[in-house]
Design a protein around this ligand. Structure first.
Ligand SMILES: NC(=O)c1ccc[n+]([C@@H]2O[C@H](COP(=O)([O-])OP(=O)(O)OC[C@H]3O[C@@H](n4cnc5c(N)ncnc54)[C@H](OP(=O)(O)O)[C@@H]3O)[C@@H](O)[C@H]2O)c1
Length: 260
């Protein structure tokens, strides 16, 4: 069982702590955010709270869950050990910067959890491959090692689709509720609809989206009609443009020039 530390106790740290509790680990979280840290310690006997340096001094595996602007001012002032395993979840932070800030620690990786890691089944792209991350999360989640920092950063971009897709589902749910008068039932229908569709897909096998779309392509059918309207209205171009728009920020090569 591991001694695990969290520097930064916000949204994503809370979800990861929830995913790690009940497994015999000792978890130490930093005292900011104080209310969240106290809440986690009150809820879970294995969680305690301390200053940032105490978190490092009493942990073997350390998760960095800060905003980049905070990380660059806080991390250089902390004393890491050579035997620390460090897992960053921070977007916009280069691997080179992490190595500088966390020296003399050398076992360093970046991964991309999402809040539902609290319940498991979260895909975790990671660069470079990390034994520490796998030891804690592989049993309940899908670890996806990436061979380059660029490939990892492309996953950061793709992960932003979550709220873009969710917004469309909320919109459709609201439209349905406007027709039926029952908001909760409308949302329940949309959730069940998409859970069923995604449960029917086999992640890891090729052409899953293409196969599902073909089965939803009856000529003149409602799905084919709405999909054509989206395509004509430029929704797919927006997806491409939106993801391409992250290239500069995430250090990805110009469009059509990817090595990853
Ligand atoms: N949220 C997500 O779904 C998600 C997913 C993947 C990756 N990430 C990454 O995770 C990182 C954190 O995101 P988040 O959404 O969890 O943000 P957040 O909720 O704002 O958490 C940041 C935490 O850092 C704390 N903090 C500020 N100054 C600190 C200091 N000097 N020492 C220790 N802790 C300090 C904040 O405390 P106060 O509240 O007191 O300021 C807060 O608890 C970001 O780099 C983000 O890119 C987030």
């Amino acid at each position: 069982m591991a001694q695990i530390g969290f520097i930064g106790t916000g949204e994503i740290a809370t979800a990861m702590v929830r995913g790690l509790t009940g497994k015999g680990h000792r978890i130490l979280v930093s005292e900011r955010n104080a209310e969240t840290a106290r809440g986690l310690a009150a809820e879970f006997g294995e969680v305690s709270v301390g200053p940032n340096q105490d978190v490092l001094d009493n942990s073997d595996i350390v998760f960095l869950c800060l905003l980049k602007s905070v990380a660059e001012s806080v991390l250089p002032g902390l004393r890491f050990r050579p035997d620390h395993s460090v897992v960053s979840v921070m977007v916009d932070v280069t691997y080179g910067a992490l190595r500088d800030w966390c020296a003399p620690a050398r076992d360093i990786c970046t991964t991309i959890p999402l809040p539902f890691i609290a319940e498991g089944n979260c895909p975790l792209p990671v660069f470079p491959e990390s034994q520490a991350l796998a030891s804690l999360f592989a049993a309940d989640n899908l670890i996806l090692p990436q061979s380059t920092e660029q490939a990892l950063n492309a996953h950061f971009a793709a992960s932003a689709m979550a709220s873009a897709v969710m917004t469309q589902m909320r919109e459709a749910s609201g439209w349905l509720a406007g027709e039926t008068g029952n908001e909760t039932a409308a949302e329940a229908y949309m959730i069940a609809l998409f859970s069923g569709i995604f449960n029917g897909l086999d992640a890891g096998k090729p052409d899953q989206f293409e196969g599902a779309l073909q089965s939803l392509s009856t000529e003149g059918g409602l799905n084919a009609t709405l999909r054509a309207k989206f395509e004509q209205g430029g929704v797919l171009d927006l997806v491409q443009d939106g993801l391409d728009g992250f290239r500069g920020r995430l250090g990805l090569p110009p469009s059509g020039n990817s090595d990853s």
